[in-house]
Ligand binder design. Structure first.
Ligand code: NCD
Length: 316
């Protein structure tokens, strides 16, 4: 079980909790490959997905995960333009809260919005990505994918490459991989590197050859153009030339290095399209598969907490 009511970020999770989620997800991954995909962990429960930002894989993954666990699942389409932040977000949450959902899955463009909402409701809240802050289930699914490919989740060299500054995926990943005692390198243009990030115990470089040298895992990030207001990169062509992953750059990593990408991909901008589809190197489809399993595990564990704790009891 987890020591928390909510899953808001990797930051608050212990090493043991991360392992608990991944171990359970491993069982769900197996079940998901069978023709009997249903279980009853969430039976009788209501799961509401509130996505205030566009999402394809994360939203469908949470929806499938909830259905496979037997919950009643409702996905609300919240277009970003219809909300005016703060008060409206809380009002929406309070309205939903009155309908007694058990699990609320929330994605929001503002860092910290999901945690704010979690303070106002009685159910368990899962952060499906808040601004540039955290995307915990993405880091967990990446961790499970790495553990399955490499046979372990410690003492690996992992290069996270590209648009670090705008990426909640990078942030959650570097927190998780650091906790599990891996060597993390951040690679990308200086303009897309948050200042002072070295203080988190990561190595930073703007050179792909140096960054990928000897890496076990090469994790590419999407160039998050919607979070940029110009001037971050010279041109997409130049960006691909210097930081786009192609076979020549990948040759600097270990011969058995795996290639990852959270999706959606900009083919020919941050990654070569053929390489992304190369099943001998790329685990991008496996990431999607593990996404469902990890979300099932996280919701199962939070639901166990809800069933075992009385509402008044305080979680850490
Ligand atoms: C990521 C996200 O939304 O943060 N995508 C995802 O969840 N699969 C990364 C991205 O949008 O680039």
């Amino acid at each position: 079980m987890l020591q928390h009511r909510h899953l808001l970020g990797i930051e608050g999770l212990s090493k043991a909790e991360i392992t608990t989620i991944l171990d359970l997800a491993e069982l769900y991954a197996k079940q998901n490959r069978s023709s009997q995909k249903h279980s009853t962990a969430l039976s009788g429960m209501t799961q509401v997905n509130m996505f205030f930002e566009a999402s394809t894989r994360t939203q469908s993954s949470f929806e499938i995960a909830g259905k496979r666990l037997g919950a009643d699942v409702m996905s609300m389409q919240m277009s970003a333009s219809s909300i005016s932040k703060g008060e409206t977000l809380i009002d929406t949450a309070m309205t939903l809260n009155a309908m007694h959902p058990d699990l609320l899955v929330v994605r929001h463009p503002h860092s910290g919005a999901v945690a704010l909402l979690a303070e106002k409701v009685n159910c368990a809240v899962l952060n499906a990505g808040d601004g540039r802050h955290e995307h915990p289930t993405q880091a967990l699914l990446d961790a499970l994918t790495i553990r399955r490919a490499k046979g372990r989740l410690h003492r690996l060299t992992i290069a996270i490459c590209g648009d670090i500054a705008h990426s909640r995926v990078a942030r959650s990943n570097l927190l998780l991989l650091g906790k599990m005692e891996n060597r993390v390198r951040l690679v990308g243009p200086r303009t897309l590197m948050p200042s002072g990030i070295e203080q988190l115990g990561v190595e930073v470089t703007d050179d792909m050859e140096a960054g990928l040298k000897g890496a076990d895992v090469v994790m590419m990030l999407r160039l998050q153009k919607e979070r940029m207001d110009g001037g971050f990169i010279p041109s997409e062509r130049e960006y691909y030339h210097r930081w786009g992953l192609d076979p020549a750059k990948l040759a600097h990593a270990k011969p058995d290095a795996i290639v990852m990408h959270p999706g959606p991909m900009n083919r020919g901008v941050e990654i070569d399209g053929v390489l992304a589809d190369d099943i001998n190197r790329s685990v991008i489809q496996e990431q999607v598969e593990m996404g469902v399993a990890v979300r099932m595990a996280a919701m199962d564990l939070l639901a166990r907490g809800l069933r075992n704790h009385k509402k008044e009891e305080v979680y850490v």
